[in-house]
Design a protein around this ligand. Structure first.
Ligand SMILES: [Zn+2]
Length: 148
Protein backbone atom coordinates (compact mmCIF):
# COMPACT_ATOMS: atom_id res chain seq x y z
CA UNK A 1 0.00 0.00 0.00
CA UNK A 2 1.40 3.36 -1.02
CA UNK A 3 1.36 6.31 1.33
CA UNK A 4 0.47 9.45 -0.57
CA UNK A 5 0.24 13.02 0.72
CA UNK A 6 -3.20 14.61 1.03
CA UNK A 7 -1.97 17.55 -1.05
CA UNK A 8 1.14 18.47 -2.99
CA UNK A 9 3.58 21.01 -1.60
CA UNK A 10 2.35 20.84 2.00
CA UNK A 11 5.26 18.87 3.43
CA UNK A 12 8.39 17.11 2.19
CA UNK A 13 7.45 13.52 1.32
CA UNK A 14 8.59 10.79 1.36
CA UNK A 15 11.02 11.65 4.12
CA UNK A 16 12.27 10.25 7.42
CA UNK A 17 12.23 13.78 8.82
CA UNK A 18 9.43 15.53 6.97
CA UNK A 19 9.15 19.30 7.13
CA UNK A 20 6.29 21.61 6.32
CA UNK A 21 6.86 23.64 3.18
CA UNK A 22 6.27 27.34 3.65
CA UNK A 23 7.37 30.43 1.84
CA UNK A 24 9.42 33.46 2.83
CA UNK A 25 9.23 36.96 1.44
CA UNK A 26 12.58 37.94 -0.03
CA UNK A 27 11.82 41.59 0.77
CA UNK A 28 10.61 41.71 4.38
CA UNK A 29 11.37 38.14 5.48
CA UNK A 30 7.90 37.17 6.72
CA UNK A 31 7.24 33.43 6.65
CA UNK A 32 3.91 31.95 5.58
CA UNK A 33 2.36 28.51 5.67
CA UNK A 34 1.11 27.21 3.36
CA UNK A 35 3.04 28.72 0.45
CA UNK A 36 1.68 32.04 -0.77
CA UNK A 37 2.31 33.73 -4.09
CA UNK A 38 2.61 37.17 -2.59
CA UNK A 39 3.56 38.56 0.78
CA UNK A 40 0.64 39.18 3.17
CA UNK A 41 2.60 42.00 4.83
CA UNK A 42 4.23 43.97 2.01
CA UNK A 43 2.56 42.48 -1.11
CA UNK A 44 5.96 41.69 -2.63
CA UNK A 45 5.60 38.85 -5.13
CA UNK A 46 9.05 37.29 -4.89
CA UNK A 47 8.45 34.51 -2.35
CA UNK A 48 11.01 31.75 -1.92
CA UNK A 49 10.35 28.22 -0.68
CA UNK A 50 11.20 27.86 2.98
CA UNK A 51 11.20 24.61 4.96
CA UNK A 52 9.79 25.07 8.44
CA UNK A 53 11.30 23.75 11.67
CA UNK A 54 9.85 20.45 12.87
CA UNK A 55 9.26 21.60 16.42
CA UNK A 56 7.21 24.37 17.96
CA UNK A 57 5.08 25.37 20.92
CA UNK A 58 1.38 24.70 21.32
CA UNK A 59 -0.48 27.99 21.45
CA UNK A 60 -4.22 27.28 21.33
CA UNK A 61 -6.22 24.16 20.70
CA UNK A 62 -9.61 22.52 20.66
CA UNK A 63 -11.15 19.18 19.79
CA UNK A 64 -12.82 18.61 16.44
CA UNK A 65 -15.57 16.31 17.64
CA UNK A 66 -17.64 16.17 14.43
CA UNK A 67 -16.68 16.10 10.73
CA UNK A 68 -15.91 19.58 9.35
CA UNK A 69 -17.86 20.90 6.32
CA UNK A 70 -17.08 19.08 3.09
CA UNK A 71 -15.56 20.42 0.90
CA UNK A 72 -12.80 21.20 1.77
CA UNK A 73 -12.83 18.37 4.29
CA UNK A 74 -12.31 15.02 2.54
CA UNK A 75 -11.82 12.65 5.45
CA UNK A 76 -14.00 10.03 7.13
CA UNK A 77 -17.56 10.90 8.09
CA UNK A 78 -20.38 9.19 9.93
CA UNK A 79 -19.39 6.22 12.06
CA UNK A 80 -15.88 6.28 10.56
CA UNK A 81 -15.15 9.73 11.95
CA UNK A 82 -12.78 9.83 14.91
CA UNK A 83 -12.49 13.10 16.89
CA UNK A 84 -9.10 14.76 16.67
CA UNK A 85 -7.33 17.71 18.16
CA UNK A 86 -6.75 20.88 16.21
CA UNK A 87 -4.59 23.75 17.27
CA UNK A 88 -2.03 26.41 16.55
CA UNK A 89 1.63 25.60 16.87
CA UNK A 90 4.05 28.51 16.99
CA UNK A 91 7.28 27.70 15.17
CA UNK A 92 9.81 29.91 16.94
CA UNK A 93 10.56 33.12 15.07
CA UNK A 94 8.71 31.91 11.99
CA UNK A 95 4.97 31.42 11.79
CA UNK A 96 1.94 30.02 13.60
CA UNK A 97 0.62 26.93 11.87
CA UNK A 98 -2.96 25.70 12.21
CA UNK A 99 -2.71 21.93 12.36
CA UNK A 100 -4.32 18.69 13.29
CA UNK A 101 -2.96 17.34 16.59
CA UNK A 102 -2.31 13.66 17.30
CA UNK A 103 -3.84 14.15 20.74
CA UNK A 104 -7.62 14.60 20.85
CA UNK A 105 -8.01 14.95 24.62
CA UNK A 106 -7.68 18.65 25.55
CA UNK A 107 -6.99 17.66 29.17
CA UNK A 108 -3.52 16.34 28.35
CA UNK A 109 -2.46 19.38 26.31
CA UNK A 110 -0.73 22.35 27.92
CA UNK A 111 -0.10 25.91 26.87
CA UNK A 112 3.45 26.15 25.53
CA UNK A 113 3.86 22.38 25.22
CA UNK A 114 6.63 21.36 22.83
CA UNK A 115 5.19 19.76 19.70
CA UNK A 116 6.82 17.93 16.82
CA UNK A 117 5.64 17.37 13.26
CA UNK A 118 4.25 13.92 12.50
CA UNK A 119 2.76 12.44 9.35
CA UNK A 120 -0.43 10.55 10.14
CA UNK A 121 -3.00 8.44 8.24
CA UNK A 122 -5.97 10.49 7.05
CA UNK A 123 -8.09 8.21 4.86
CA UNK A 124 -7.86 5.49 2.22
CA UNK A 125 -8.43 6.55 -1.36
CA UNK A 126 -10.29 4.70 -4.10
CA UNK A 127 -7.09 2.96 -5.26
CA UNK A 128 -6.39 1.63 -1.77
CA UNK A 129 -3.57 4.04 -1.06
CA UNK A 130 -3.17 5.37 2.43
CA UNK A 131 -3.57 9.13 2.24
CA UNK A 132 -1.45 10.87 4.88
CA UNK A 133 -1.60 14.36 6.29
CA UNK A 134 0.46 16.35 8.76
CA UNK A 135 -0.18 16.75 12.47
CA UNK A 136 1.71 17.86 15.51
CA UNK A 137 2.41 15.44 18.35
CA UNK A 138 3.45 16.25 21.93
CA UNK A 139 7.20 15.67 22.23
CA UNK A 140 7.91 12.64 24.40
CA UNK A 141 4.29 11.57 24.31
CA UNK A 142 1.34 13.09 26.12
CA UNK A 143 2.10 11.63 29.52
CA UNK A 144 2.16 14.15 32.35
CA UNK A 145 4.70 14.13 35.14
CA UNK A 146 8.36 13.30 34.90
CA UNK A 147 9.22 16.59 33.25
CA UNK A 148 10.01 17.25 29.63
ZN1 LIG B 1 7.11 40.96 2.51
Amino acid sequence: MARVPVADALFTWPSDDPQLIGSRCTSCGIVTFPVQESCPRCAFTDMEEHLLPRRGRLWAWTTQSFPPPSPPYGGPTGDAFVPYGIGYVELPGEVKVESRLTEADPAVLRDGMEMELAIVPFRTDDEGNEVVTFAFAPVGGAASGGGA
